[in-house]
Write a new protein. Sequence first.
Length: 232
Amino acid sequence: MAPVPVIVIRPEPGNAATVAAARDMGLDPRAFPLFDMAAAPWEAPDPAPYRALLAGSANVFRLGGDGLSRLTGLPVHAVGAVTAEAARGAGFAVAAIGEGGLQPMASALAPGRYLRLAGEKRVPLALADGVEVDDVVVYAAAGMPMPPALAAALAEPAVVLLHSGEAALHFAAESARLGAPRGRISLACLAPRIAELAGPGWQHVEIAQTRTDQAVLALAAQMCKKVSPRGH
């Protein structure tokens, strides 16, 4: 029996990294980036009022451009190890590295004012008393149409990796537009909110134990073993 394909739709450069890791695990990854990441025009604010900078994606540092240089005196609270590595590469000191998304990190912030550099579409943060966060958009992700090759691949059972809520919404919308058979498609999701945004009707929807690429791939490997060729 042919292996169940693992569909990777996240944007580059993360797509290539995930595909390489999946291949090393013996999976059958297929690269179909459905987002085009681009820098957004922005001006760096005066860093003086801020205690630290919040970063929920490595794209902040990959696409932030020259404006970042004005803010390198602010310590970074990074959502994960990849984001922390990108911050250091851009000349920032990393004060904290979180797990489980930006919200747990935001909930633990000491009182004060913080600057969040983010994408155009971002998760609202619930903040404790005495904590203020100013958002500045430095990049945007444009969803692209599902290519015919991906639509054809989804006619057979497959496991799709979803790394963000935006990816879940866009993939669900494109699947509906092209009439992809949800009952044949399984979703390996990075977090519960992503699974919720993907909506109902998929063959299997499961959530990684931790918010890491490795955990999503481990989940996908397990899911490939129980995918039904007949759907549900």
